[in-house]
Write a protein that binds this ligand. Structure first.
Ligand SMILES: Cc1cc2nc3c(=O)[nH]c(=O)nc-3n(C[C@H](O)[C@H](O)[C@H](O)COP(=O)(O)OP(=O)(O)OC[C@H]3O[C@@H](n4cnc5c(N)ncnc54)[C@H](O)[C@@H]3O)c2cc1C
Length: 421
């Protein structure tokens, strides 16, 4: 196949990690190609209505920032476009988050990647890669006009699903290692309720209890689930549609998508019947796709452990801060939280973002090395910006240094571009 373009860094996936990686690499002077299979950037925030950035702040009475750099650039841009972008304390969990609007986020990310002159390929998948020995040489991109071959000095897998690592033939683990995957959730966005209506959680819990006696799809979040009124629209963002998934087969995802939509419509009918103020409520969106918490975990040179998280382990080779508590969804609808010890954050070490057996592949976001508990912390989007930025800067550094890796140089470059370590 003909080589159509030559880059320093190719990034697979345009979610929080891919944005962090592409902008981080571009700020380091690299020529960057960012490949995204959807027609917009944002990852789970825009594909699955995950409309809150977690992990930008530590837990506690006051919001203490844990991520800056590209994550902060994104917040500045959404503010420019009219979103508040400030730390918001979740009523359900007490954690600090930043609320999003998907249309503003899409546009903000378009502006940012264009400003950094990143060559963005939307509607395009990384469909194959070629390697020689311990290096990736090229990626085959499948888009509207067919397939094209691009070569690069270094690559970042920010696909969430480890698609690039899988295509490269690297080992990976599915779910917790015994094949068990965290539950899927289909966040619902509900309109048609008055902006000043205070959603009565006691009334909602009673409605759920009544529904669960005879309803078709018993609701596991009997506490009412996560409820947030979204900025601008005042729509209700509701997380109650939880689905177990047994494997990564297309048939299983098809069933989950259809079952999720059936549940969303049934739950909406329940709200309209049982909750005062919801008589005219309607479903604004369930998102282009169901929210997927975990799929494949490719093998990294270091795997973060539960102990690293709960002791708040800080290290010389840290390249990012992770500040979200361990949040596990082992049983659909019953999230369990474990706080971070020490200073309230732990370091992600350089080796957790490096592929084990390839010299020029880095990981960003939810594919970095982590055991099942640590994964419950590092997977959030605030942390994904930070690990993505570190991966992009590492890839650019490798290209600049004639294929040498140097953690100190990466740390210095990250600090110079405003990232917190
Ligand atoms: C229901 C649910 C609720 C959650 N709640 C929160 C929350 O409130 N706050 C929070 O911060 N996190 C939350 N999370 C976790 C968080 O959304 C993800 O872990 C996070 O999005 C990871 O970021 P990422 O960039 O690694 O991956 P993603 O956001 O998944 O982005 C990966 C991108 O890669 C693209 N891609 C994949 N394969 C290819 C390919 N071959 N070629 C091209 N593009 C490709 C995808 O289309 C996608 O855009 C939640 C997750 C779920 C499922």
């Amino acid at each position: 196949m003909r080589v159509e373009a030559d880059y320093d860094v190719v990034v697979c996936g345009g979610g929080a990690a891919g944005i962090g990686a592409a902008i981080g690499a571009a700020k380091s002077g690299a020529k960057v190609c960012l490949v995204e299979k959807y027609g917009f950037l944002g990852g789970a925030a825009t594909t699955s209505q995950v409309l809150a950035y977690c992990g930008l702040f530590q837990q506690g009475r006051e919001p203490v920032r844990a991520v800056s750099g590209v994550g902060e650039d994104v917040i500045a841009e959404i503010r420019e476009l009219g979103l508040d972008g400030g730390a918001f304390r979740s009523e359900t969990t007490g954690n600090w988050i930043v609320l999003l609007d998907p249309e503003i986020l899409k546009f903000a990310l378009d502006n940012l990647v264009q400003r950094h002159r990143i060559d963005v390929k939307l509607h395009t998948r990384v469909a194959a890669v070629s390697r020689t020995g311990k290096r990736l040489e090229a990626a085959t991109l499948a888009g509207m006009s067919g397939r094209r071959h691009v070569v690069a000095e270094a690559f970042v897998d920010a696909s969430g699903d480890a698609n690039l690592a899988m295509l490269a033939g690297l080992d990976y683990q599915i779910g917790n290692g015994e094949g068990r995957l965290q539950a899927l959730t289909m966040p619902m966005r509900i309109g048609g309720i008055a902006p000043d209506l205070k959603i009565d959680r006691d009334a909602l819990q009673s409605a759920i209890a009544r529904y669960n006696e005879t309803g078709r799809y018993p609701i596991q979040r009997t506490d009412g689930g996560i409820i947030i009124r979204l900025p601008l629209s005042s729509d209700m963002w509701w997380m109650t549609v939880d689905l177990d998934i047994a494997d990564l087969e297309s048939d299983s995802f098809t069933r989950a998508e259809m079952a999720g939509r059936a549940m969303a419509h049934d739950y909406l009918s329940m709200l309209r019947r049982a909750m005062p103020g919801f008589e005219n409520a309607y479903l604004v969106a369930t998102g282009p796709q169901v929210g997927i918490r975990e799929t494949r975990h490719p093998v990294a040179r270091y795997q973060l452990t539960k102990e690293d998280v709960i002791s708040g382990r800080l290290r010389e080779d840290g390249i990012a801060r992770a500040a979200w508590p361990i949040e596990l969804h082992g049983e659909a609808g019953k999230p369990v939280y474990t706080p971070i010890g020490g200073e309230g954050y732990f370091h992600v070490p350089y080796d957790a973002i490096r592929a084990k057996s390839l010299a020029n592949l880095w990981y960003g976001g939810r594919v970095i090395g982590a055991d099942p508990d640590a994964y419950g912390s590092i997977r959030v989007m605030g942390t994904a910006f930070a690990t993505g930025e570190a991966a992009g800067v590492s890839a650019a550094d490798y290209a600049d240094r004639n294929h040498k890796t140097d953690c100190r140089s990466v740390q210095a470059r990250l600090s110079a571009q405003g990232a917190m370590i």
